[in-house]
Each structure stands twice: as structure tokens, then as C-alpha cells.
Design a protein around this ligand. Structure first.
Ligand code: ASP
Ligand code: MG
Length: 424
């Protein structure tokens, strides 16, 4: 017998038929004798609709937001998960399963006060564990918790992944299965490279890089949490037939296991290629080369909530002036330019240049720690395809390369093949 947290995303609970199908996945595990807690998202599109309604209201500045009271935003947008938790509990009951719904505040899942983007602070799992003992399946509304002000808080978009992993950690589950509309994590985006392969296992750190670099399978925060608490997390499909052979395999269910690197015996040097489109490059020319300059530039950008990514500073030729280049999401470029204009005098630089429509392509793998030459291979492969590199950043387990947007697909395919990822 195992203790399993099963999470179902928006497309998996998109309508009543699919909710019924989800109930069959849950029944399979219950029938096998496992203790089961289920976490659900809202029906797909629902949260967008709810957010749209809030944004369509007259603007009144309020707590945590210049346009509306973020506590009321949370009251509205948390409702999507309340609906699906109740519907799934009913579907399970109709199959003879002892199930009940739980809202975040009932457990409670305690969060901080950052309404709209709250972080989970504490979950007392003992209550749920007691119910497991009574044979009850808990169907928990994801994405929501209870803030210190005693009001509903939501965890930020995609937050029900984080709910699921946090609950798995709190009840010391053997694993957390994230059911979604894809059947696992791939070596790269199969829409770009049809030869992409599903990975059997990915290390937490690699998944963290992939998630933050645009592989949108899991919310980044959920991967951080899984890594800290060592929650073995499976990414698998809810569209597979719930009763197909192997679906209930307690050790190797179909999908991708995200786990500690120690569990991965045959570690490849490179695990995957990720990409992020719509990056903009901003260059400040002839910036004064003195202490405090970087703080003078990136401090105000951070205060404006602009996420700066790659930063490249040149060594100055004569010790007085240098160039500073960095990237921001294209959507933020105008705001970034406005912020930079304001600090131009105090920081001291000559010109601001910017270029939209860049992409960042990244090579990820924990095997890089112990292998030399991984970056050189990428540079050579891109050069052979005449793809120009605009900026490079590296970490222990990742190389990110900024290129012109139209070359994204070619670059992804080139890197995927040069590291042998399309070979079985
Ligand atoms: N329903 C929420 C959203 O769309 C949470 C989630 O699906 O994870 O962001
Ligand atoms: Mg999601």
C-alpha cells in the first residue's frame, strides 16, 4: 500500500465527462488499496474567465494592487477550484467511493499575506492522515489557501501544482502524480522536434531549469518545493485509459519521474533543450565604469517588477566606459526603456539600444558538471548552421544562448541532434 497524491489540471477536468474519467483514475488507485488525496485545478479556461471579470470591473486601488482589492480578486478566482472539487467528489461517490471535497481554508493550507501570489507557509497534514485511516478520499481544491488575515489567498497562476506537491510533503506521500494533457516531460518540445523523446526520469534541478526556461509542464514553485522535500513527482497523462495495463503500476507508472539525481543511474550529459521566445535585448552603450553602476541600473528595474535575465558586461577598454547588455521579456521592453531613461543622468551612459524578437535556447543536464566541452559543442553546431549568438550565460548544469527569434526552431533541432537526444 502506498500513499499517493493525484493532481489533475484544467484540461483533465474540463467538462463532466472528463471529470468522470478522472474519477476512474482515482478509483483504480483506491481499489488497489492505496491511500489517496486528489488535488484539482479549475476547468480549463475558467480561471482566465474569472480573472477577466475582475479586470473588467471599475478600477479602485486596493490592498496589494493598484487596480483592485487583491483579497476580492482571490475570493473570485479561487471559486473555479471549489466547483471542480465538489463535482469530482460527487463523481467518486457515485462510484461507491467514500470521498469529500476540501477547500484550502478547511484543511487549512496556510499561506502568507501576498494575495494573488501567496506562498504556502504551513499545512497540518494530520487531519488528512486521520481521514485516510477512515478510508476517505480527500478531494482538495488546488491553487488556494488561507492567509493570516483569515481570507482566501490564491497561489499565482498554475498554483495547483504547488498545492499538490505541498500536500504530498505534508502527508509524507510516497509520490505525487501530476496528471496533465501530455504524457510526460520530453527532451524538447515535440511540436518543434518530432524526434523528441519522453524522458523516464529527470532530476529535480534539471526540471527546475526546464520549467523556468519555458517547458510549461509544471509551475516552477512546485518543482522547488518537490526538490526541497524530495517529493517523487510523476508527470503523466489523464487522457490515457485509466484501466490500461500498467496504469496502476506502483513503481513505474507511465510518465516521467522527477526525482533526486541519486535515483538516476544512467545519467546523460545533456537531458533536454528548452527555449523561451519573446525575449528583448537591451544594450546600454558607454556606461560609466565605476562601483554602483549595476545597482543603479538593475535596482530600479527590479523595483518596477521587470524580470531581467541574461546580463553581460564588457571589460572596458580604457577603464572609464563599458557596455552593458541584458534581456527582458518583450512585453516589458517599453516599461524597461522608460525606467532606464529616468536613470540615464545619474548612472551615466550614452545610448540605449534595443532589439525585440530574440529567443533564448538552453541546453540542460546535470551531467555537464563532470563533462568538459559541452558548451563548445553547442557553439560549433550553431555556427555550422550560420546562427549568430548574441549573448551567452552558463550555470553548472545549463548553457543559455540568445539568438534571433526566427532561428529558434532550427537552433532547437540542431542542439537536440548534436547531443544525440533524438537517438533511442
Ligand atoms: N486554475 C489556476 C490557473 O489556471 C491554477 C492551476 O490551474 O494550476 O492558474
Ligand atoms: Mg497547470
Amino acid at each position: 500500500m502506498a500513499r499517493i497524491v493525484m493532481k489533475f489540471g484544467g484540461t483533465s477536468v474540463a467538462d463532466l465527462d472528463r471529470i468522470h474519467n478522472v474519477a476512474r483514475h482515482v478509483k483504480r488507485e483506491v481499489d488497489a488499496g492505496h491511500e489517496v488525496a486528489v488535488v484539482v485545478s479549475a476547468m480549463s479556461g475558467k480561471t482566465n474567465e474569472l480573472v477577466g471579470w475582475v479586470q473588467g470591473m471599475p478600477k479602485v486601488s486596493g490592498a496589494n494592487s493598484p487596480f483592485f482589492d487583491a483579497r476580492e480578486y482571490d475570493a473570485v478566482v479561487a471559486s473555479g477550484e471549489q466547483v471542480t472539487s465538489g463535482l469530482l467528489a460527487i463523481a467518486l461517490q457515485s462510484m461507491g467511493i467514500h470521498a469529500r471535497s476540501w477547500q484550502g481554508w478547511q484543511i487549512p493550507i496556510r499561506t502568507d499575506n501576498a494575495h494573488g501570489a501567496a506562498r504556502i507557509q504551513e499545512i497540518d497534514g494530520s487531519f488528512l492522515v486521520k481521514r485516510f485511516g477512515e478510508g476517505q478520499v480527500a478531494v482538495i481544491a488546488g491553487f488556494q489557501g488561507l492567509a493570516p488575515d483569515n481570507r482566501i489567498a490564491t497561489l499565482g497562476r498554475g498554483g495547483s501544482d504547488t498545492s499538490a506537491v505541498a500536500i504530498a510533503a505534508a502527508v509524507k506521500a510516497d509520490r505525487c502524480d501530476i496528471y496533465t494533457d501530455v504524457d510526460g516531460v520530453y527532451t524538447t518540445d515535440p511540436r518543434i522536434e518530432p524526434k523528441a523523446r519522453r524522458l523516464a526520469k529527470v532530476a529535480f534541478e534539471e526540471m527546475l531549469e526546464m520549467a523556468s526556461l519555458g517547458a510549461k509542464v509544471l509551475q516552477v514553485r512546485s518543482v522547488e518545493l518537490a526538490m526541497v522535500h524530495k517529493v517523487r513527482t510523476f508527470v503523466r497523462s489523464s487522457f490515457d485509459d485509466p484501466d490500461a495495463p500498467g496504469m496502476g503500476d506502483p513503481v513505474n507508472p507511465p510518465g516521467t519521474l522527477i526525482c533526486d539525481e541519486d535515483e538516476i543511474v544512467e545519467q546523460q550529459v545533456v537531458t533536454g533543450i528548452a527555449y523561451a521566445k519573446d525575449e528583448a535585448q537591451i544594450s546600454l552603450r558607454r556606461v560609466a565604469d565605476r562601483p554602483g553602476v549595476a545597482a543603479g541600473i538593475f535596482g530600479p528595474l527590479a523595483e518596477a517588477g521587470i524580470n531581467v535575465d541574461m546580463i553581460v558586461q564588457n571589460i572596458s577598454e580604457d577603464g572609464s566606459r563599458t557596455d552593458m547588455t541584458f534581456t527582458v521579456p518583450s512585453a516589458d521592453v517599453d516599461r524597461a526603456l522608460a525606467v532606464l531613461e529616468k536613470v540615464r543622468q545619474t548612472v551615466g551612459f550614452d545610448a540605449i539600444q534595443h532589439d525585440d524578437g530574440m529567443s533564448k535556447v538552453s541546453v540542460i543536464g546535470i551531467g555537464m558538471r563532470s563533462h568538459a566541452g559541452v558548451a563548445a559543442t553547442a557553439f560549433k553546431a550553431l555556427a555550422d548552421k550560420a546562427i549568430n549568438i548574441r549573448a551567452i550565460t552558463t550555470s553548472e548544469i545549463k548553457i543559455s544562448i540568445l539568438i534571433d527569434g526566427p532561428y529558434t526552431e532550427l537552433a532547437v533541432r540542431t542542439l537536440h541532434s548534436v547531443y544525440g537526444l533524438d537517438k533511442h
